[in-house]
Structures are given as C-alpha cells and as structure tokens.
Design a binder for this molecule. Structure first.
Ligand code: 5AD
Ligand code: SF4
Length: 429
C-alpha cells in the first residue's frame, strides 16, 4: 500500500513539473513515506530522517508522509525542526501546495481524513514495469486490537468499479499484464453496487490482462460469490495471502479478529476446495498479550494443518492508542518467551515449505519474469501463478515475458527452473 501511495505522490508531483532524482543530494524536495505498523518500522523512519538531514542541502524541503505522519502529526514538527511538512494518507492532494508553502518558510501538518479520497485523477508513476499495484479500497473498518491502521488510514471506503477497470485498461496499454488489487481487507470491497466478486470478474476480463492478484483479504469476507469468482476467472491467480494472526481461538478473540480457529481453517479449506493447486500464505503475530504456551501450540498446529506455503511472522509490537494498550500489564509476554516462540514458529514454517517444495521438483509451470535475480550472473527472478519465486537463466530483455519452466531445484523456499519449449498443438488438417 505504501509503494502504491508513493507512486501516486510521484505521479501528482510529476504533473506539477517535478522530476524524480536518484539521490537526496541536490534534491529540492525529499519526502519520506512512512509505515507505523510496528515500532521497528518507525525506528527505521527516524534513522532514515537522520540520514536525510546529513545528505540534503539547507534549502531542501524535507517532508514526512504516510501512516507515521498521520499518527504523530504536529508532534513530528516539534521533534524534528528540519521537517517542514507532515502529510497523512488522505492529504496527498495538497502536497504541491504544501511544498510551495514550505518554500516560504511555513511548516504544516495535514492529517485530516477524507472519506471521498481515492486519488482517481492522479496518474500513478509506477516503479515496477511488470506488475501494477491498483488501490481499490482505502482505510479499514475492522478494529483488531493490536492494529494502528484504522487510526492512521481512517474508515474503509472503496473506489468505483468502473474507475478500477479504466485504470486496468490504461495499465495494459502501458504494456503490463499483471495487476495486484490493494485494500486493507480487500475482499470486503463494495462500491455500493458491486462487490469484490464483481470486481474480480470485471478486472479479470480486461483484454490483455493475464494475471490478477489481490492483497490482503480478511477470512470473514470470503463470501461464496468471491470464492466462485476466484475459481471461475482464469486470470485470477491461484494464490491467497490470508492473514491468520493466531491459531488459538482465545487469542483471536482478544485480538478481535472476529473468527475462531475453526472458522479460519474452514475458510482455508473452502478456498483449497474451490481452487486447485492454491498457494496459501499468511501473517502471524507471536506473543500477543495473554498468549500462553497452549495458545502458541495451537498456532503451531494450525500452521501444520493448513501447511502454508510461506508465512510472515511478527513479534507483537504495542502501538500507542490501540485497544491492546488497555489489556492488563500482567498479560504481557516476556521478551525471551516471544523470541523462543518466534524461532520455533519460523523453523516450523520453513520446514513445511521445504517439504512441500521438494515434492514439486520436476513440475512444469508458467512463470512471469519480474527482474534480475539479486545474485546477478545472468539469472532472472520469476514468479509462478501460485506465488513461488523461480530463478531462471536469461538476460534483462526477457523481463516482463512469460516462460514455461521445469522446477529443477529448491533452496527450500525458492526454486531454480529450466526453460522448456512447449510445443504448440498441431493445427487440425
Ligand atoms: N504488532 C505486530 N504485528 C502487527 N501487525 C499489525 N499490527 C501489528 C502489531 N501491533 C502485522 C499483522 C498484519 C501485518 C501487516 O502486520 O500480522 O497482518
Ligand atoms: Fe489492521 Fe485488522 Fe484492519 Fe487488518 S483488518 S488493517 S489487522 S484492523
């Protein structure tokens, strides 16, 4: 979501005549787009701001945007005198105006929510030449007790379906074939007339689109209609990132996730039944206040039962102003216990992924080449429809193209693949 917001801001500023530069030295304006989801995300922002202060000239306008800007507002102006603008996620429209004001020496925090704001008229300036992020919903109406998002991104609102389709068409015209629909609980999408099933069908039917993904759904919003659309629309990829957060119903209740362990497992099973070869990934929080050894064991067993293809694990981070701050202090899980649980969970997740991946060696599949592989050496990083990373040989001219590969090796988490030529079916005489 933050990458997508950065693309919108860059687009807006480009329309006003600004051009992006590669380094902060010599920049007229430096904006640090921020996340507030966990304490360490904010620590990194503070580090980055310190770095910027050392690199930018005295006339450079330094601004902070995004969730941390929203959360701290004027407090950021007080704590960092070098920062002259603080702009929350619903106020990017005012950026050019605020930058002009900052040039005249003013300092400003713009943090009002705007329930109508979708930035539809902004021409996103995309970083990625292969897949396009499309924000379809902003904000969140859930109130998970650990989460800062409802306070930094405001209430949930969805963009109009026809506007999302228009943007998808433009993306295809620019030569991209994959889109990722974005929303905090993206499958609760509704524009008053259409639900997320309608959106998947409409975007999936745009001429030239080959892959549709979305992130992140909430288990409670996987209606039968949405699951049916996933199963029926060929361009919708066989992958769901379905945040579980915990496998213990007791913990889930304290988190106010609004589902039980059994309901989560049923949702995963329904998705798997409807979509053959579905890749399933998740988010899990370790050490939520009150999490006992028994609760944690339930998370481990749920992870084994679902057999996730991958999982992002997070140590619980207390966020100021969230309902979790009101839980009794004696419920806090000691750091050493959290560390130990985190390591055990990571080992479990990796073990399952490794086992599943080993069983897939020899399989053939279509991948989309995304970029040069990190290790270089004429290797490219590609992605399968079910979200596996596959490293293939080739050169940069192949980026953005599709290839059929055979999976020949795995590190346990990623694959190496060898291109295979697929013979076209013979024409019928
Ligand atoms: N502490 C730890 N992890 C968190 N997440 C959200 N809020 C917190 C928090 N306070 C995690 C959730 C979410 C992911 C984006 O970040 O797992 O799905
Ligand atoms: Fe946060 Fe819960 Fe909303 Fe996700 S659904 S953004 S975890 S409040």
């Amino acid at each position: 979501m933050n990458v997508s917001d950065s693309e919108l801001m860059l687009g807006k500023l480009a329309a006003e005549g600004y051009t992006p530069v590669d380094s902060p030295e010599g920049a007229d304006v430096v904006l640090v787009n921020t996340c507030a989801i966990r304490e360490n995300a904010e620590q990194r922002v503070i580090g980055r701001l310190g770095e910027m202060r050392r690199h930018v000239g005295k006339d450079t306008i330094l601004g902070v945007t995004g969730c941390m800007a929203q959360r701290l507002g004027p407090r950021l102006l007080e704590s960092d005198t070098r920062v002259s603008l603080v702009v929350g996620p619903d106020a990017y429209r005012s950026l050019p105006h605020l930058i002009e004001a900052a040039r005249k020496g003013e300092r400003f925090a713009a943090t009002d929510f705007d329930l109508e704001e979708h930035y539809e008229d902004f021409q996103a300036r995309r970083f990625d030449g292969v897949k396009a992020w499309i924000p379809v919903q902003r904000g969140c109406d859930y109130r998970c007790t650990y989460c800062i998002v409802p306070y930094t991104r405001g209430p949930e609102r969805s963009r109009r379906l026809d506007d999302v389709v228009r943007e998808t068409r433009e993306i295809v015209e620019q030569g991209l074939t994959e889109v990722v629909l974005l929303g905090q609980t993206v499958n609760s999408y509704t524009d008053g007339t259409h639900d997320f099933a309608d959106l998947l069908r409409a975007v999936g039917a745009v001429d030239g689109i080959r892959r549709v993904r979305f992130t992140s759904p909430h288990p409670n919003d996987f209606s039968e209609r949405v699951i049916a659309a996933m199963a029926e629309v060929e361009t919708v990829c066989e992958h769901v990132h379905l945040p579980m957060q915990s496998g213990s119903s007791r913990t889930l209740k304290r988190m106010l996730r609004r589902y039980t362990r059994e309901e989560y497992l049923a949702c995963a099973a329904a998705l798997r039944a409807a979509v053959p070869r579905l890749g399933l990934t998740t988010d899990i929080i370790v050490g939520f206040p009150g999490e006992t050894d028994e609760d944690f064991e339930e998370t481990l067993s749920a992870v084994r039962e679902v057999a996730f293809d991958d999982a992002f694990l997070f140590k619980f981070s207390m966020r100021e102003g969230t309902p979790a701050t009101r839980l009794p202090a004696e419920l806090l899980v000691p750091e050493a216990v959290v560390d130990e649980r985190f390591d055990r969970l990571l080992e479990t997740v990796r073990g399952i992924a490794r086992e599943k991946n080993l069983r897939r060696l020899g399989e053939r599949m279509e991948v989309l080449i995304e970029k040069e592989a990190r290790k270089g050496g004429d290797m490219l990083q590609a992605r399968s429809r079910d979200f596996k990373t596959v490293i293939v040989p080739g050169d940069a001219t192949m980026i953005g193209t599709y290839l059929t590969v055979e999976l020949t090796g795995t590190t346990g988490s990623t694959f190496s693949g060898t291109p295979v030529s697929v013979r076209a079916p013979l024409p019928v005489a």
